[in-house]
Design a protein around this ligand. Structure first.
Ligand code: ADP
Length: 810
């Protein structure tokens, strides 16, 4: 109002300025143009009230309009400002909108990235309570992010690792670092199995540096673990393969060494060869010493790379040297342990006072930086020493020490074995010498027993047929006793001789096709009567067809008879014996079973040993020396077969088995056993010259041959035998080999030298029934050979056969 009055009063420019200011204040006070207009009109009306004229009113109205226009100009100014601000704001809004859109896009991108990240990503508070989880985390833990949010991460950690997890979390928050090394825990998803995971944890801090939240990166490392495991396995396998290869190398080396050690019984030669092998495998140089007596060693050999030098007369003495006390060698041999040292750095001489000087020199000259002393020791006894050296420092590691120990042990064994072998060989020589002496003694005994027995037996047999004796009961009984007992002793002597001959392989076995069933039947037939007389039940169950073997009929009969006789001998009256034969694959077997006294288990092993007899209470007057089974076994073994006994023990009966290889051929060989045993000499008696220095024998054979119709002349020595032959030209000559003046061999040579007598059959009749004698006799010109005392029927058969042969030849 005052501003208007001032303007109307002609205030000029200042009043106009006041009008403008008035308008500005009005806007500033928040009044709009209409309100201003209303106030202006009120003010104009008030001013006009004081106007006195219409012109004055008109002037007031006109000037008031100018005043109003001036006041309104600030509004216009403000409007213009508004417009401009508006335009600017619009631009800002536009900018904000596009910024917002960019932010949204960024957020989406972040979410996409967050969700499509291959690893689980979690945002948690400092307690580990999940606030945000990406898709991968949902998948890993098997629950939606809604379910995850709000749970503690601990809930998803395997239960037995809860404590560890908690402590890691606490420790992380205590530390200053934002990030720690990845944690490794097992996570337990909602469903499914626990899996190993790594957790990369980062602490997010406020601007003031306080921990605000955690970011966790979860990664399933099952596959990585599997690969790591596989890799570890592979590494392990490679290491195992490497170890195995090394072990194989070592074994091969040891095997080679062992082969060298056993290749020769000359242990020193073997050790020299071993020394060659030791370089370069175990070093560059090697010395091998052998212990010689107390505190002395002797150099055996020295090897460098692959040459062995005996070093005779060289640097090393071959003479035994005394081991200095306190020396390293002394310690090694005393302790029996491998010693590794460095000769260059320690200076062996100084370090080990009293060391063998040449050994120290050896290390120096060879430039050996590593050395190993290995004792060769067994049963706490030092036998030698292997000194190995290598140019490379610290060459001898644990493996080589073990290897050297093993090697030395083998050397020790070989040396020990060689010593044992030498001792054993000496013992064996002694034993075989004793055995030979025993055999010789048995042979002589048998022979010397036989010689007087043959005439005793012969005379007893002859006398038994004598009428005067037959009529005298006492004499007849006496002669019978002489015959029986001399037969027993003769059997013993025969057994001794037989065993000796078989042991010395002086028995020539015949190789004929023989039916074992036939042999069994023969023995059964021959001995059945004895069994019946003793009151024994005897039965047989034989293989229905022939059981062919290649063998010596007589010897196999001997075995069978012996087994059957024993069964009868060791079975009491009322007992039973059963014999069976069978064919098993390519073998044939005979079983002789009795219900007799049986065999004690401790004796079962020994029944086949010579001179072993059990059950003395069962000894009968006709009991032998315990040679029957020994002979039987030797015969069976000479046939390539086996014989064995079984018994549950004393009182349980015994079973003996004989097994032989079956012969391929099945065609029965014609058996001509029934020869002309009983054949008597033909009407035209053959003239026989009998040469023997034992009068008793010649007398007996003469009587017996003459009883068969032969004409017999006798001579007591070789020379007189030859003279008799020259005088009467006999049809057959029977001669002993061992004769006085000239022996049987000389006799036959002389006879064969006479053309008219070169085809006379000459039979050697001797107690020297060895293969050597037999061959010598045949080679000297004898036609046949018979052992004393020969059955007279056998002698007669032979005489007949030889003369028939001669006749055919002539
Ligand atoms: P001998 O019968 O002459 O003593 P052997 O060599 O034939 O000699 O037998 C040796 C030992 O084996 C006999 O002394 C006996 O103790 C035992 N023996 C052999 N055969 C039988 C058997 N059938 N039953 C029980 N013991 C037996």
């Amino acid at each position: 109002m005052s501003g208007l009055q001032l303007y109307l009063a002609g205030g000029g420019e200042a009043a106009l300025q006041g009008a403008y200011e008035l308008g500005r204040r009005t806007i500033a006070n928040g009044l709009g143009a209409l309100e201003m207009l209303a106030i202006h009109q009120q003010c104009v009306a008030l001013v006009c009230r004081d106007a006195r004229t219409a012109q004055e009113v008109a002037r007031i109205v006109e000037q008031s309009s100018d005043f109003l226009a001036e006041s309104l100009s600030s509004i216009e100014m403000a409007l213009r400002g508004f417009r401009e601000t508006n335009a600017r704001l619009s631009r800002n809004v536009e900018e904000l909108r596009s910024a917002h859109q960019a932010l949204e896009a960024e957020q989406r991108r972040y979410r996409d990235l967050f969700d499509s990240a291959p690893d689980g990503y979690l945002v948690t508070d400092l307690e580990g309570v999940i606030e945000e989880a990406n898709l991968a985390a949902e998948t890993l833990l098997g629950v939606s992010s809604e379910s995850l949010n709000g749970t503690r991460l601990l809930r998803w950690v395997a239960e037995d690792e809860h404590a560890a997890f908690e402590s890691r979390l606490k420790q992380l928050l205590r530390e200053d670092a934002d990030r720690s090394r990845d944690w490794e825990f097992h996570l337990q998803p909602q469903y499914g199995v626990c899996f190993p995971a790594t957790l990369g944890v980062r602490v997010v801090r406020t601007s003031t540096g306080h921990p605000a939240s955690l970011r966790l990166l979860l990664r399933d490392v099952t596959e990585r673990k599997r690969i790591e495991e596989e890799r570890a396995q592979m590494v392990l396998r490679e290491r195992v393969a490497q170890t195995q290869w090394e072990a194989a190398q070592r074994s091969a080396f040891l095997a080679e060494v062992s082969a060298l050690l056993v290749a020769s019984l000359d242990s020193e030669a073997a050790m020299r060869n071993v020394a060659k092998k030791l370089v370069p495998y175990l070093g560059d140089s090697c010395l091998v010493y052998l212990v010689e007596g107390e505190n002395r060693i002797r150099l055996l050999c020295c090897a460098r790379t692959d040459r062995v030098c005996e070093d005779r007369g060289g640097r090393f003495s071959q003479e035994p040297i005394v081991i200095p006390p306190q020396s390293l060698i002394h310690c090694v041999l005393a302790k029996g342990e491998v010693e590794v040292f460095s000769p260059l750095s320690q200076g062996t001489r100084e370090t080990h006072p009293g060391e063998i000087p040449e050994l120290a020199g050896f290390f120096e000259e060879e430039g050996l930086a590593s050395a190993m002393l290995t004792p060769i020791q067994i049963h706490g006894r030092a036998q030698g020493l292997i000194v190995l050296g290598a140019a490379q420092p610290d060459y001898y590691d644990r493996d080589l020490v073990v290897l050297a120990g093993d090697l030395a042990h083998r050397c020790a064994l070989a040396l020990d074995n060689a010593q044992l072998y030498r001792a054993m060989a000496a013992e064996r020589d002694k034993a075989s010498e004793a055995n030979r002496a025993k055999d010789e003694f048995l042979g002589i005994l048998g022979h010397e027993l036989r010689n007087p027995l043959v005439p005793i037996l012969g005379w007893a047999r002859n006398l038994r047929k004598n009428r005067a004796i037959l009529e005298d009961k006492t004499l007849s009984q006496g002669v019978g006793a002489i015959e029986r007992n001399s037969l027993n002793i003769l059997r013993l002597a025969d057994d001794c001789l037989d065993l000796v001959r078989i042991s010395e392989r002086k028995v020539a076995l015949e190789r004929n096709l023989v039916d074992l069933n036939e042999i069994v039947r023969g023995s059964l037939d021959a001995l059945r009567q004895v069994a019946v007389e003793k009151g024994l039940e005897i039965g047989s169950r034989l293989w229905p067809s022939s059981l062919w073997v290649m063998g010596d009929r007589t010897r196999l009969e001997q075995v069978m008879n012996n087994l059957l006789m024993n069964a009868m001998k060791y079975t009491a009256s009322g007992g039973g014996i059963s014999v069976s034969s069978t064919n098993i694959d390519d073998a044939v077997e005979i079983e002789i079973k009795d219900t007799g006294i049986g065999i004690a288990p401790e004796f079962l092993e020994q029944v086949f040993q010579p001179f072993r007899r059990g059950n003395w209470e069962w000894s009968t007057p006709d009991a032998s020396l315990g040679l029957g089974l020994a002979i039987a076994r030797k015969i069976v073994e000479l046939h390539g077969g086996t014989i064995w006994a079984e018994s549950p023990g004393l009182g349980g009966g015994s079973t003996f088995h004989v097994r032989l290889s079956a012969a391929q051929a099945v065609i029965a060989a014609p058996h001509s056993s029934e020869t002309s045993r009983e054949r008597r000499a033909e009407a035209n008696p053959l003239r026989i010259l009998l040469v023997d220095d034992q009068q008793d024998i010649t007398d007996l054979i003469k009587i017996e041959l003459e009883s068969l119709g032969y004409s017999v002349m006798t001579a007591p020595d070789g020379q007189r035998g030859f003279d008799a032959a020259m005088r009467c030209f006999p049809d057959v000559i029977i001669s002993d080999l061992k004769l006085p003046v000239i022996d049987g061999f000389e006799l036959i040579r002389k006879i064969r030298a006479i053309p008219s007598m070169d085809s006379i059959p000459v039979i050697a009749l001797t107690g020297l029934g060895t293969k050597k004698h037999l061959e010598a006799a045949m080679a000297a010109g004898f036609d046949a050979h018979l052992n004393k005392p020969a059955e007279i029927s056998d002698l007669s058969d032979l005489v007949q056969a030889l003369t028939a042969q001669r006749r055919t030849a002539l």
